[in-house]
Design a protein around this ligand. Structure first.
Ligand code: CAA
Length: 299
């Protein structure tokens, strides 16, 4: 099947990134949000990102040309003639099911639906629609314009045609698609989540400070970010939610949230996005480790 028009559901961090790489790849993109203000915020981030990439010669077309292929809307009817829909709304099963159920009767029957969920079962989201064969997982990584991977997940009812079309679509976006199945966490989070939870447990046990554990994995293993910087970057609320879904599926301690993570989320420390997590991000250029506060001792 030929994909020309792409619909993106949600214009947050992931949705705006997916819309950006789709428009950069030459697709006409319609982005659905509940309110104009979210479209404005997401599109401003896209423009900033495109300008950065253009300044480095990493995109061949002008920012204006790419930008002209993007359209924001709050009307679901505007998605009717999309060939491929990627959902990136809040990581919550009910919200995702509601969203897909509402657009399913509107979008043309030939279109393929994909969810960018990182942990929720694709099968469980898919059953909200009447097109189970044309439903896949398409999991991107943050920051979407820079990260090369996309996980493409099939369920037991995904057709070969839809799965191959999703892999091809990923390639057209300049990503490397890896093929996986609808198993909670797919490949990356199956390995990444236990590692991140272990880092928190190591900190809780006093193995090292936030900065030293981060430095260890950066300098000792060549990871681009240490585990606490990455946790703050992904979002502690998002990570906490993922641990619940994964623990519920596997019932294994390695996926369970340590109590410190739970308490940080309850206290409203979500990481870089709201300024406080394992680091204080008041100055994003100079994050300050929060060891004393996290250990409950005088600062
Ligand atoms: N668009 C354009 N440019 C961007 C950008 C974006 N969205 N985000 C960052 N950049 C730019 C930065 O501004 C910076 O530009 P300058 O050099 O001009 O200042 C440049 O990219 C490089 O950034 P950094 O200097 O911070 O250097 P870096 O080499 O560390 O690269 C990184 C940044 C690619 C994010 C790298 O740190 C990295 O790979 N980190 C790990 C990210 C990761 O693991 N992501 C996956 C998280 S898991 C997930 O997403 C899924 C899940 O289910 C939880």
């Amino acid at each position: 099947m030929q994909i020309k028009k792409v619909g993106v559901l949600g214009c947050g961090l992931m949705g705006s990134g997916i819309a950006q790489v789709s428009a950069t790849a030459g697709f006409d993109v319609t982005v659905l949000e509940v309110d104009e203000k979210f479209i404005e915020k997401g599109f401003a981030a896209i423009r900033r990102s495109l300008e950065k990439l253009a300044a480095k010669g990493l995109v061949t077309e002008s920012t204006d040309a790419i930008y002209s292929r993007l359209r924001g809307t709050t009307r679901k009817q505007d998605l009717a003639d999309c060939d491929f829909i990627v959902e990136a709304v809040i990581e919550n099963l009910d919200e995702k099911r509601k969203m897909f159920a509402s657009i399913d009767p509107i979008v043309k029957p030939a279109a393929i639906f994909a969810s960018n969920t990182s942990s929720i079962s694709i099968t469980e989201i898919m059953t909200a629609t009447a097109r189970p064969g044309k439903f896949v997982g398409l999991h991107f990584f943050n920051p979407v314009p820079l990260m090369k991977l996309v996980e493409v997940a099939r369920t037991i009812v995904t057709t070969d045609e839809a799965f191959e079309a999703a892999c091809e679509f990923g390639k057209k976006l300049g990503k490397v698609p890896v093929r996986t199945t609808d198993k909670t966490g797919f490949i990356v989070n199956r390995l990444l989540v236990p590692y991140l939870m272990d880092a928190i447990r190591a900190f809780e046990e006093g193995v090292g400070s936030v900065a030293d554990i981060d430095a260890s994995m950066k300098l000792g293993c060549g990871y681009p970010m240490g585990p606490f910087t990455l946790l703050d970057f992904v979002g502690l609320d998002t990570t906490y939610y993922i641990t619940h879904v994964m623990f519920d599926e596997f019932k294994e301690k390695r996926f369970a949230s340590p109590s410190l993570l739970k308490r940080m989320v309850m206290a409203g420390w979500y990481g870089k996005k709201n300024g406080k997590g394992f680091y204080d991000w008041s100055n994003p250029e100079k994050p300050v480790p929060q060891d004393a506060a996290l250990r409950g001792i005088a600062k």
